[in-house]
Ligand binder design. Sequence first.
Ligand code: 76R
Length: 271
Amino acid sequence: EITPVVPREGWHVLHLYYHVDQAQWALFSDEEKRQAKTRLTELVQEIRATPDTHLLIFSVVTPKADLGFMLLTPDLHVANQYEKQLTLSLGPEILSPAYSYLSQTESSEYTTTREQYIADTLIGEKGMTEGTPEFEASLKEFDDRMAHYLKHRLYPVLPDWPVLCFYPMSKRRSGNDNWYSLSFEERRQLMAGHARVGRAYSGRILQLITGSTGLDEHEWGVTLLAKDTIDIKAIVYEMRFDEVSARYAEFGDFYIGMQLPLDILFRRLCL
Ligand code: 76R
């Protein structure tokens, strides 16, 4: 028995992108094709039945890749095992890796605290007095929203919204623009501006920021789910003007996927 590799908090997250080798697939008989699709379907069912484990499946728009998976699961051994099985599921030469990203869910050190919210928003911005019914009601609203938000950051359950956007990013470390040489208070204030922009997209964009320092090329993976690509384009554009992104963000490649049920996905990929 091997000891599970489960983070003290949060889950492991794998983004996996593949090309489909249509030339190899064409050599399969109808029976072999049917068996291959059944193998992948059964594996997907097994993964989705694993406790605390989620699998999103999508067709990638543009030939950067054909097929994408996003796997969230606590144990890195399990993630590693499923990743190997997914790669082989349609047959040894059908799926070839196009891109991949390993990260972990994490809570952010810049999350608005209760004390900050009371001082900056309730008393500062809204002019409320501590202890009044409206103050207590607003504070309760904040507590409920944050409890949900913190749980979502570490243990997310992602909706089946059709558009999935993924890109990795880092914070710049060069010359006068070194994020890591700013004081915590400077970073916290900059991040508060970022959160204000982000919150305006609540309900239209579901964002999951996962940490990858020491795990992969960049420092975070950004996963955005939306129903309309306009909202993806708008939030990424608007954030470019926000100082945190304008001055300090560096981005990797962008991938757009369409979340689909497996049977429709097979047809989409001409399998
Ligand atoms: O309310 C709070 O206090 C939490 C606010 C919050 C944090 C701490 C937040 C809100 N984000 C946080 C952290 Mn974010 N985010 C990105 C990107 O393209 C770009 O320019 C940047 C990519 C997007 C689109 C986005 C969206 N955020 C972070 C961090 C980690 C920093 C760290 O911990 O060091 C990164 C890298 C990052 C990047 N952010 C939001 C959003 C959205 C939509 C929100 C509002 C979430 C909500 O309230 O529902």
